[in-house]
Ligand binder design. Sequence first.
Ligand SMILES: [Fe+2]
Length: 153
Amino acid sequence: MEWTKDIETGINEIDYQHKKFFELMNALLELAVEGKEAEKLPITINLLKSYIRYHFTLEEDLMIESEYSLYKEHISAHRYFKEQLTLMESMLKDQKEPSKNVITRFNYMLVEWFLKHIKVMDKKMSNHLLDYRERNKGFFEKMRDILSRPFSG
Ligand SMILES: [Fe+2]
């Protein structure tokens, strides 16, 4: 997939994390398609899962701190996505289907889902955050601290 302006949220750190997610998805797809280094699959999936957990928690904390009204809907969207990742992982463990097929199918679905999520929900959230920060000076540092939280794996 290509990075285009219409998936930018207006918050650099969040855009960076979204890019990172697509990179990880690509790496996973490459591993699966090449069929080599199959032993790297579980590590890559774990990395993907922990990165998603890190990214979603960060967004969720920002929403809580800024009293975002669409918080619940957004959280359940995140939950759905995490469940899909877990489902992919268990299907890979089952080995009823070649990894390549499972990963190709999920990769397509997850990327499409994520793109739409960014364009609709994350953009709305980001607009709210920027607006809230404008109106609540105390939120500036809090938002900066949450956004600069490091990923520890
Ligand atoms: Fe989100």
